[in-house]
Each structure stands twice: as structure tokens, then as C-alpha cells.
Design a protein around this ligand. Structure first.
Ligand code: NDP
Length: 309
């Protein structure tokens, strides 16, 4: 039996090399190679082409090559009985934490705005904020949200967190579920979204939510594009409800050239790079799950189909 790697970019050779290094005894095929369909027991995927998994009659499991599995669970051709596993990796977590801290600092010190003004030849000093002045609200205190909170606390920021039902052991106030959401939002000068995309979280970042944030709050969405209602964000920015938005993820990626975010002065964008799976670091956990799959042992980092994450 073997693993097949299915991705829509040019990183298949790097993933294949990393898997072969981590487990030289496991046969690995990349999309595009001549793959013996009946031999494939596990597909390792990132935004696989629609229908590409149907070819493998003996598939026993799907391993996502990243942390977010929404694109797998939304594929109607994947039988619900197939187990889905996701990546939990220390670099994925620390890279995300560094990205969020960088965006918060850039905003506090006005760096986004000065870069724009530099291009227009404007010299205009403005007041700045200090880290100790702010509380960061983290939506989603899972693997990534907790890693973000640890770095932010070390840097001197205060945090609050929001989860669906868990109460993680963290040294700051946490809130749970819809009933406590607005209290959490009211304390979030910066709102960092690190929720998975599920039927419950799609569109959660809407105008009604933004109205509960302190006036002039900063929004950082590093989760998934469809969690945000784009038109509501533009309205909130234009009305001064929010002071800015740092967006790493979008409904359509790459973001279409006609989208108003491109030219909005208060929207600061990056091309889905906040945190990217490192093949060399992640390959051993995929190989381990492959062995567990074949030997019938419990899988690591298995996703709940019912919850969607
Ligand atoms: P986890 O599954 O570890 O954590 C998810 C957290 O969200 C949990 O705390 C969970 O609550 C909470 N949550 C889920 N649903 C709800 C809800 N309806 N209401 C309130 N809280 C909810 O995920 P990760 O931390 O590993 O990853 C989070 C997301 O980050 C991924 O799904 C992915 O989309 C995105 N991501 C983005 C990257 C980028 O480069 N931009 C890179 C990697 C990931 P509870 O604790 O109660 O279960």
C-alpha cells in the first residue's frame, strides 16, 4: 500500500522528498505520476482537485497537509466514513504567533499607515499606542490560538479568549459559546480570529459582531476568508467602528483584482502566508498516522466530522 500526495501547487516534490526521508519504507506517489489506484491507502491533500479522490478504491484515510480541513469536509465526493486527520505542528503554531504579534505591533506603531504615506511623500507624525494599553481577544483557543496567546503574553499584551465549549488552562479570562461572546468582544481592542471554518463560524465576522468591539478596534483574520462578511468590514472601517483590518485569508484566493480590499487604505493584506506547513517538520506525523491507519491503531489529530474541526 502507499500514500498519494494531491495538491494544487508546485510543492508536491518537496512533500514527497520529506515523506521519503521520514519513512523510506513507505511508497509515496505525487499527483501527476503514474499512480496504481488500488495501492493507495492514504491521500495527503491540500486543496486537491475536485473528484481526484474518487480514483482510489482502497483509500482508508485522508491526511490534510495543513491545520484547516474545511476544503476536505466540504468535498461531497468524500465518504463520511473515511477518517480525516490534520496537522498539529510546533512551527505552524509559532509561525502563526509571530505573524499575529507582527501585525499588532505594526498597527500600534502606525507602520502600515507610514508605509502608505511614504509612497505619497507625506511626513506626518501621529500618536502611537503601547503594548500595555491593549487587550487582544483571541477567537478560538485551540492549538494556534493558545500559541498566539503565549507569545502575546510574553510580549506584554493582555489577552482574553473565546471557545465553543472548552476551558483551556490559560492565565487570562476566557469566555465560552454564544452567551458569553459579546462580553468577550467588548474587551477585545484587537480581535484575532483563529476559528476553524464550520457551518457555525461561516460569516461570524459580520457587522453585528463588530458593533460589540470597542470603538476603533483592529481586526486580524488569519482563519479562513468566508468567516468574514467583506461588505460588513468595509462598512465598519468607513464608519470608524474599526481602525483597521489585517487579512491573510479571503473568500477567493488569489483575491480578484476588482475586490475593494486591494485599494482600501485601512485593509492590510498578506497572501495566505501567516503560517505554512513545513514539510520536513510535518512529514513524520503523516507517516505515523499512515502506519496507525494500516495497523488499526487510534489516529492522531483526527477531525470530528460532526463538529467540522
Ligand atoms: P483547533 O481545532 O486546534 O482549535 C479551534 C478552536 O476554535 C477551539 O478553541 C474551538 O473551541 C474553537 N471553536 C470552534 N468552533 C467554535 C465556535 N462555533 N464558537 C466558538 N469557538 C469555536 O484549530 P487550530 O488552532 O489548529 O487552527 C485554527 C484555524 O486556523 C484552522 O482551522 C485554519 O482554518 C486556520 N489556519 C490558518 C493558517 C494561515 O496561514 N492563515 C494556517 C493554519 C491554520 P473548543 O476549544 O471549545 O473546541
Amino acid at each position: 500500500m502507499a500514500i498519494v500526495i494531491l495538491r494544487n501547487d508546485d510543492l508536491i516534490p518537496r512533500w514527497k522528498a520529506a515523506l521519503q526521508k521520514a519513512a523510506p519504507d513507505i511508497p509515496v506517489y505525487g499527483m501527476g505520476e503514474e499512480v496504481p489506484p488500488g495501492e493507495i491507502a492514504m491521500a495527503a491533500v491540500w486543496k486537491h482537485p475536485p473528484g481526484s479522490l474518487e480514483r482510489f478504491p482502497n483509500l482508508r484515510g485522508i491526511h490534510c497537509l495543513g491545520a484547516g480541513v474545511d476544503f476536505i469536509l466540504e468535498d461531497p465526493q468524500i465518504p463520511e466514513s473515511l477518517p480525516v486527520m490534520r496537522v498539529v505542528d510546533p512551527f505552524l503554531a509559532s509561525d502563526m504567533a509571530e505573524y499575529v504579534l507582527a501585525q499588532i505591533l505594526a498597527s500600534l506603531k502606525g507602520l502600515h499607515r507610514y508605509k502608505t504615506e511614504q509612497g505619497r511623500g507625506i511626513w506626518a507624525p501621529k500618536p502611537y499606542q503601547r503594548m500595555g494599553d491593549l487587550t487582544v481577544g483571541i477567537m478560538g483557543l485551540g492549538t494556534l490560538g493558545q500559541a498566539v496567546s503565549e507569545l502575546l503574553l510574553k510580549a506584554g499584551l493582555a489577552c482574553v479568549g473565546w471557545t465553543r465549549q472548552s476551558s483551556p488552562e490559560v492565565a487570562f479570562p476566557t469566555f465560552r459559546g454564544p452567551a458569553e461572546r459579546d462580553t468577550f468582544l467588548g474587551r477585545s481592542d484587537v480581535l484575532v480570529c483563529l476559528l476553524p471554518m464550520t457551518p457555525k463560524t461561516r460569516g461570524i465576522l459580520d457587522y453585528a459582531l463588530m458593533q460589540h468591539l470597542p470603538e476603533g478596534a483592529l481586526l486580524i483574520n488569519v482563519a479562513r476568508g468566508p468567516l468574514l462578511v467583506d461588505a460588513d468590514l468595509i462598512r465598519a472601517l468607513d464608519e470608524g467602528l474599526l481602525s483597521g483590518a489585517c487579512l491573510d485569508v479571503f473568500h477567493t484566493e488569489p483575491l480578484p483584482a476588482s475586490h475593494p480590499f486591494w485599494k482600501h487604505p485601512l485593509v492590510h493584506m498578506t497572501p495566505h502566508v501567516a503560517s505554512v506547513s513545513d514539510p520536513e517538520s510535518v512529514a513524520p506525523q503523516i507517516a505515523e498516522n499512515y502506519r496507525r491507519l494500516l495497523s488499526g491503531q487510534p489516529l492522531k489529530n483526527r477531525v470530528s466530522r460532526e463538529l467540522g474541526y
